[in-house]
Design a protein around this ligand. Structure first.
Ligand SMILES: [Zn+2]
Length: 72
């Protein structure tokens, strides 16, 4: 966000003039470096999530085997 020192306020990049000047006082405003994006590119899945997933799959598989065995 461009910051105007004399006015002590942030300007929307589309609000400042083409020359990069404050529309109120006309002094050049600094385009502060953009903040790093908040969201990480890919949220990492914790390792214990996979253990739970494998345990759930094994349990459901075992219950499926039991269910099929009950038919005979
Ligand atoms: Zn200003």
């Amino acid at each position: 966000m461009p910051w105007c020192e004399p006015c002590e306020r942030f300007w929307n990049p589309v609000s400042i003039t083409q020359a990069g000047e404050c529309p109120t006082c006309g002094s050049p405003v600094e385009a502060a470096p953009e903040a790093a994006p908040e969201a990480a590119p890919a949220p990492k899945v914790p390792w214990h999530f996979w253990i739970g997933l494998v345990a759930a799959a094994a349990y459901l598989g075992w219950r499926a085997i039991q269910g099929i065995a009950l038919l005979f």
